[in-house]
Design a protein around this ligand. Structure first.
Ligand SMILES: *Cc1c(COP(=O)(O)O)cnc(C)c1O
Length: 432
């Protein structure tokens, strides 16, 4: 049976394993619903990026893990140990990175509308880079840096006008989008000049993030040409040589057994080649490159284990299987219609002869997926949704006052809790 991720297996008892550890045993020990992640798989993905970058790109290439995919202190420690930088998308993610021991000089802070409180934390901590998404934000950074008597290193999030083949909510590099300062309208050049005129900010680079997941390498090549052409125009018009080109993340993963994604080294090979060529074409020195993978570092390392409750067969229509979790731990089907592979951890080796619709337990007509092949399932069975390491825990909510599941990490054949299970007491903790 083909499994979507290399950290998954099937043992002699026919049980699903993750990182070599028996999944039903973990479900028994920690309860369901349960997120399980394999640390070795995360480390392997980190290395796939750093090694490919070292091999392929002749200049400096930093890999910054996008914490919005899955942030907790343990993940920060693991990515830091693997030599990665941290991309943060909010003050809370900057704070988590700092608390997890990521050095400030390795943190890059993004977002299209940062608050003063968040900017204060970033400027005061002297993080590596604040990526400004508009003139208002540049003014705010300049004011806060001025008050503190420091200079903040900034980059600009630009919109290169590249549309990728993904859900519209996940296309973030096109012109009609809340993110990024458009290049084609002239706004980007105006903001570069503004940055040069403001005190307290040093403009060190430009950034774009096209969207996610991007199953082809072509959009990166298109964006590289547009971004480097812009760098050359900045140099010609203002004399400023921007040193850093940050191309964001968006690298795809295998969610379904028959829909593969390019290997990490292929993305890096294309990007390295294109940046070298484009820099030469536009008469630029080789820029320092930053890549910001999130999903591709953690997605395949995680699974979610539920217990099936009701099985409702509507003859000729469909069979609903309700589990003890739902959009509160994985809202991605509801948001984007995302598809997942499912299996029964206790009978993972058996053939998938049934098609089900996986329903959550929220008071909402909410699903985790439709028309999913699975082994014959009955109430009480464990059900695993695979490839949930990215944008599941990080997007989880307490809707219906449902406590969030814990994150159990597997390392060298042993399991430990990386994030504790929430309780009903946790749910009322902030109520006055
Ligand atoms: C979301 C995001 C990323 C990571 O995207 P993935 O698809 O998870 O790789 C990187 N950079 C920026 C600016 C982002 O917003």
């Amino acid at each position: 049976m083909k499994l979507v991720s290399e950290c998954l297996g099937i043992n002699a008892s026919g049980h699903l394993t993750i990182g070599g550890v028996d999944v039903p045993a973990l479900a028994k020990e920690y309860g369901t619903p349960l997120y399980i992640m394999d640390e070795g798989h995360i480390r392997g993905n980190c290395r796939a990026f750093t090694e490919a970058a070292a091999e392929r790109y002749p200049g400096k290439c930093s890999i910054a893990y996008a914490n919005k995919a899955m942030a907790c202190k343990h993940i920060v420690r693991v990515t830091h140990e693997e030599g990665l930088y941290a991309n943060a998308a909010s003050g809370g993610e900057v704070y988590t990175a700092l608390q997890g021991g990521m050095p400030p000089e390795k943190i890059i802070y993004h977002g299209n509308n940062k608050t003063d409180e968040e900017l204060l934390l970033a400027v005061k901590s002297q993080i590596l880079r604040i990526v400004a998404d508009g003139p208002e934000e540049l003014h705010n950074i300049s004011r806060i840096a001025g008050e503190l008597g420091v200079t903040a290193s900034v980059s600009l999030r630009l919109s290169p006008g590249v549309t990728v083949d993904s859900h519209s909510s996940l296309q973030t590099g096109k012109l009609d989008c809340k993110f990024g300062i458009p290049i084609e309208t002239g706004a980007a050049m105006d903001v570069v000049k503004l940055a040069q005129s403001l005190g307290g900010v040093a403009l060190d680079g430009i950034h774009c993030h096209l969207g996610s997941p991007i199953f082809e390498t072509r959009p990166y090549a298109d964006a590289i040409d547009i971004m480097t052409a812009f760098m050359a125009r900045v140099q010609a018009e203002t004399g400023l040589q921007l040193k850093e080109l940050n191309l964001g993340g968006g690298f795809a993963v295998r969610y379904l057994p028959d829909k593969g994604a390019p290997p990490i080294r292929d993305y890096i090979a294309v990007i390295s080649e294109e940046v070298r060529n484009a820099a030469a074409r536009h008469g630029l020195p080789l820029p320092e490159l930053v890549l910001e993978p999130g999903r591709s570092i953690v997605a395949g390392a995680g699974i979610t284990v539920y217990t099936a409750g009701g099985v409702k067969e509507i003859p000729g229509i469909r069979t609903y299987v309700s589990v003890d979790g739902g959009m509160t731990d994985n809202p991605r089907y509801m948001l984007y219609g995302s598809q997942y592979d499912v299996t029964l951890p206790e009978r993972a080796g058996e053939e998938k002869t049934q098609i089900i619709t996986l329903a959550g337990r929220c008071c909402e007509n909410e699903l985790l997926g439709k028309d999913m092949p699975i082994q014959p399932v009955k109430a009480g069975d464990l059900v695993a949704v695979l490839c949930t390491g990215a944008y599941n825990y990080s997007m989880a909510s307490n809707y219906n006052r449902i406590p969030r599941p814990p994150v159990v990490m597997v390392r060298n054949g042993e399991a430990f809790v990386a994030v504790r299970r929430e309780t009903w007491e946790d749910v009322v903790r902030l109520d006055v």
